[in-house]
Design a protein around this ligand. Sequence first.
Ligand SMILES: C[S@@+](CC[C@H](N)C(=O)[O-])C[C@H]1O[C@@H](n2cnc3c(N)ncnc32)[C@H](O)[C@@H]1O
Length: 231
Amino acid sequence: MTTDRHQDPGFVRRMFEGIAGRYDLANHVLSFGIDGLWRRRAAAIVGGAGARRVLDVATGSGDLALAIVRACPHAYVMGVDFCEPMLEVARAKGVPNLALADALSLPFADGSFEAVTVAFGLRNMASWEAGLKEMRRVLAPGGLLLVMDFSLPAFGPLRMAYRLYLHRVLPRLAGALTGKPEAYAYLGESIEGFPRGEAMLEMVARCGFRDSSLSPLAMGVAAITTARRDG
Ligand SMILES: C[S@@+](CC[C@H](N)C(=O)[O-])C[C@H]1O[C@@H](n2cnc3c(N)ncnc32)[C@H](O)[C@@H]1O
């Protein structure tokens, strides 16, 4: 477990309570509208895996869960989050099954799902490995894990430009959009500290997954990691 603020569950929950009403707007503006494309790509991977029971962890305002509902119309899709105001936004958008729950202690039996997804949520958990192990627990053997999160471009000049945006521009813009500058003050720091590339694949393997692979999004600004539950 960590003592970083962006991984402190009380701080994280309060932060999302404060921005729930403006979270989607901030997302779309700050990502120049491409977050929808990323979510559709993630949903297509879940659809391609043929999963019939899907859990979206840290579902927030429900955009990935909704994209999965559209990509997998016959699947049962459940979203969980520990921040009720974020779930209210998801509910209003029509996410069919939602529950208030902590990702580190999911209220589901072992092996309940054929796919588990988490988008931009693992990074804020008190322990990334505990979060991944809990997702593994509720996955059936061979089930699909999909983690989508921010990363850093590998190409030097692009990485420099992105860091400038991340640390200087984004916090100010996000603060103006949400009225809560403090909610975005730790975003850059949390992205810098989050495992990427090989480190991400190694972490996933340590947590009991096999066949992991990584696809960069927008030249490495974000990435989708997929893996299969072993056993
Ligand atoms: C950046 S939002 C991502 C929301 C959504 N997945 C998306 O792609 O837009 C992060 C979400 O993770 C949730 N979260 C963070 N830690 C959590 C935990 N331990 N258990 C459940 N939800 C958590 C927050 O409440 C917040 O709604």
